[in-house]
Design a protein around this ligand. Sequence first.
Ligand code: HSE
Length: 433
Amino acid sequence: MMRTRPLKVALLGCGVVGSEVARIMTTHADDLAARIGAPVELAGVAVRRPSKVREGIDPALITTDATALVKRGDIDVVVEVIGGIEPARTLITAAFEHGASVVSANKALLAEDGATLYAAAERHGRDLYFEAAVAGAIPLIRPLRESLAGDKVNRVLGIVNGTTNFILDRMDTAGSGYSEALDEATALGYAEADPTADVEGFDAAAKAAILAGIAFHTRVRLDDVHREGITEVTSADLASAKRMGCTVKLLAICERAADGRSVTARVHPAMIPLSHPLASVREAYNAVFVEAEAAGQLMFYGPGAGGSPTASAVLGDLVAVCRNKLNEATGPGESAYTQLPVSPMGEVVTRYHISLDVADKPGVLAQVATVFAEHGVSIDTVRQKGRQDGNGEAALVVVTHRAPDAALSGTVEALRKLDTVRGVASIMRVEGE
Ligand code: HSE
């Protein structure tokens, strides 16, 4: 039976994503109503610049007073697509207090203070859904929160930032330098005018925190995530990776420790073998591998950003939240019962690719190998090439077996102190083997 009284939706933000949400709500109104069991009506749109022309949106719905909109009392669902910590946190909390459920795309806020939002939702018996916060259109939050709720997830490994994937892809396939590839990403609208959040890994780290928390049923905050961006990745790194049959990707990696007593979450550039499915994720696409005990390996792939893909995820949540509302039910809330601590990066165990500039004379290789041995880091392969210019230097590339990150850091620190090591050109982790 279709309910005739519409469910009222308040939209906070009408930029690239918000305007698409409004457009789809209007153009697909009948389908949405049929799927939900009641019509959904856009009841207000809070914006910063009211004078901007917004095609397809009744100007009477536009307001600059987001606080008054969420406190109206007749709003069923607040869709928050303004981003940032404040005023989003205060508005979302007020929405719950005034009887609305919330659909949010706000990765920064969820990673920084998801616990406050979950608690407010629970206190008021409302829903907090946020599929759009991680990897745009790709269904990932719901599969983790619901489809895999009966399984045990041990690892989440993925490319969750499209801008950096585009840049690294260009560096790999077109041989571009970092700045050139960044310029191209900016010209195509992937990178923001200030690309810091993407290229320094903040965006991916927020997504890693959200994924790790849900996957391992514990609380993981942005500060718990080890973060390195791609600004130091060079064409030489890509060339080195190619020689090893690898490419370089900015990866978000969330893992349960082997003893099951802790978890780790990290974002950094890493070499992955070309045979790994993530190596073929090109351009600005995202892809996430989930490894679960019973399910095995699952891969989720698709557009991780952009107005329409992100709006698709928002609309999916909107339908779910509206259905819950009609059924006087709520969907899943926070699940942090395992209370697993997040271990520091030093405890992460992985492989490393290290490029050194060394003096090309007898005994240097042995000296370098000794430093690795003294720190308990076992060497897998070594490649040395004397420089053609005859300056008495050689490029030494060492690939290690798996070792704790702290042991590798100690090794590099000691290597830097050797007179015969002229420089550490790059250190990159090797993943996905
Ligand atoms: N800027 C992000 C990306 C999309 O490039 O993937 C929003 O999280």
